[in-house]
Design a binder for this molecule. Structure first.
Ligand code: PMV
Length: 304
């Protein structure tokens, strides 16, 4: 009988420090409870069936690199399945890479530590996109809420407890690589200004790290607002994101910000539990779509 291994890995939401993390600063990211599942088995001819994944080149490169590193010649079938659309920008690419390599490791009895898994998956990102900090790979590998060092790629698990969050989708898919390149162009033209903005973002990450140890939701919300203001200054927010952020704040959120590269995708708001409904309604009133996800999810795992 054909042996099939199925794994799953979580998507992610960036809480603090996006873009700055590309320049070696830290960020804070949470794994969310929507997952990508990958099944692999040995077959006679390679076959990849990944209908929900926007780009199969991530899966193809994951397979190529794993084979090369482990000198494996057999053909495999890879099938993916996702709880969430690749168009919302919640990390389906990183989740599919991590779940694929984890599944291949299980199938061919190659044991990989979390660090080795991270390194191989990050290599896939660099080989395909040529850019990226790897924080999304770390979230898919380790799960929970993590403080990710953009320079050393080291990870510290944060004990955040209950994080009452509302997530709103703008309806527009953003292209992360383009946004990262645009920020880099502006950075090169106005280095002094951008260094200051990005290091201010790193200060916010440090403050959030401290606030996370006491579970101070109000302070964590204020830091969302400050982080969003800096993201506006580096030119990655949009009118739609700003209006959703403002709507959430006016409806009683502790704070709100865009999450990820900007240019579209999602915003997040930290809300008092009894304000959740009114914040959701306010986001919908400005044409945002509520995405129901919970933070702090488990990292990659073998399902069967
Ligand atoms: O757009 P997302 O959710 O993939 O997040 C991108 C975050 C950046 O910091 C802009 C890029 C990166 O690789 O860290």
């Amino acid at each position: 009988m054909k042996k099939t291994i199925t794994t799953s890995a979580p998507g992610k939401l960036t809480l603090y420090g996006e873009h700055a993390v590309v320049y070696g600063y830290p960020c804070i990211v949470t794994a969310m409870d929507s997952r990508v599942r990958v099944s692999v088995s040995v077959v006679d001819e390679d076959h990849i069936d990944a209908p929900q994944v926007k780009r199969t080149d991530f899966v193809e490169e994951a397979l190529r690199l794993f084979r090369e590193k482990n000198k494996i010649k057999q053909s495999v079938e890879i099938a993916t399945n996702s709880d969430f659309s690749s168009s919302v920008g919640l990390g389906s690419s990183s989740a599919v890479i991590v779940a694929t390599i984890k599944a291949l490791g299980e199938l061919f009895a190659v044991s990989l530590s979390d660090k080795e898994l991270f390194d191989m998956c990050y290599q896939v990102v660099i080989n395909v996109k040529g850019i990226g900090s790897g924080f999304d790979i770390a979230a898919a590998v380790y799960g929970g809420t993590i403080y990710f060092d953009g320079k050393s790629k080291e990870v510290e698990l944060l004990r955040l407890g209950h994080l009452p969050m509302v997530v709103g989708y703008t309806g527009n898919k953003a292209d992360t690589a383009t946004l990262v390149k645009e920020v880099r162009d502006r950075y090169e033209k106005e280095e002094k200004k951008y260094k200051l903005l990005l290091s201010s973002m790193a200060d916010i990450v440090q403050d959030a790290y401290i606030a996370s140890t006491t579970g101070d939701s109000e302070e964590l919300g204020v830091l969302f607002n400050e982080n969003h203001a800096l993201l506006q200054k580096i030119g990655v927010s949009t009118d739609k994101l700003d209006s959703m952020v403002e709507a959430a704040k006016s409806a009683g959120a502790y704070g709100a910000k865009l999450s990820g590269a900007g240019g579209g995708d999602c915003m997040i708001a930290l809300v008092p539990d009894d304000m959740r409904m009114s914040v959701e309604r306010a986001i919908e009133e400005v044409d945002g779509k509520i995405v129901r996800v919970e933070p702090n999810a488990q990292g990659v795992r073998v399902e069967s």
